[in-house]
Write a protein that binds this ligand. Structure first.
Ligand SMILES: [Zn+2]
Length: 259
């Protein structure tokens, strides 16, 4: 039965692409999206355990995890990122040798201990989380998936027709999502929206600038952080971030809390 449903979904997705144009109030743009909000959430939840496995599981210190939760939830609840369609969850990964952070569609957000350990202020943590939240709110993965109908078909099949055989498919898909790098425009947008979100929630947006400085510093070491394989050079991002901070006072809040 599930297999048949999966098959129907596969066929359906082949025809549904053309109609997947939607207005996104967070970005203020019409966008072509490959998945519904519910599918994004389901996909993120499916892929999250694979992500944990790849990065050695969760950090054992629950106090640190609670801090990440508190900062992340404050941003999603008290900023224009607030949206009941997304299921935001924040995971501090045990991996201390890797410097990276990423978001799966629908709201599953991850940060490695390697990156966490670089922070000297809570605002820097807020900046990373706000940037990742912005990828979710702006639906960047869904837009990328929309560009590849084949992937969309595969996702629907994996999500609906999940029997034993699909565990490998889920793993493969999770792997793709993890290593999917966003476009430069997506990154710039995530920085800008991230500045708005964190400022809405009462954090100091200068934390985003300081985050870039810390990342840049880490890039001078012998080992290039993994972060640089999926994100543009921090040096080039600071100017645009400062523009966003300056803009913040003049733009109206579209939803959520007022600054
Ligand atoms: Zn990013």
């Amino acid at each position: 039965m599930r297999l048949i449903v999966g098959l129907i979904m596969m066929i359906f997705s082949l025809f549904s692409y053309c109609g997947s144009r939607e207005y996104n109030p967070v970005t203020g743009e019409n966008q072509y999206i490959g998945l519904t909000a519910r599918q994004e959430v389901a996909l993120g939840l499916q892929a999250a355990p694979e992500m944990l496995k790849q990065y050695g599981g969760l950090h054992p210190d629950s106090r640190l995890q609670k801090k990440v939760d508190a900062v992340g939830l404050k941003i999603v609840n008290r900023s224009r990122a607030a949206d009941p369609r997304w299921q935001f969850e924040f995971h501090l990964l045990k991996d201390a040798g890797t410097i990276n952070a990423f978001a799966l569609p629908g709201g599953q957000i991850f940060i490695t201990s390697g990156l966490y350990n670089l922070f000297t202020t809570t605002d820097q943590l807020a900046a990373v989380l706000a940037h990742e939240i912005a990828h979710v709110s702006a639906r960047h993965s869904s837009q990328r998936i929309a560009k590849s109908n084949l992937t969309n078909t595969m996702i629907n099949a994996v999500m609906v027709g999940s029997g034993d055989a699909t565990t490998t498919q889920i793993a493969a898909l999770a792997g793709q999502l993890i290593h999917m790098s966003y476009s430069r425009e997506d990154e710039v947008e995530a920085d800008r929206l991230g500045v708005y979100f964190m400022t809405d929630a009462g954090f100091d947006p200068e934390g985003m600038v300081k985050l870039m400085m810390v990342l840049e510093e880490s890039g001078r070491g012998a080992r290039m952080p993994e972060f640089f394989s999926t994100h543009p050079n921090p040096d080039n991002r600071i100017e645009k971030i400062q523009q966003a901070i300056a803009e913040y006072t003049t733009i109206p809040s579209k939803s959520g809390a007022q600054p």
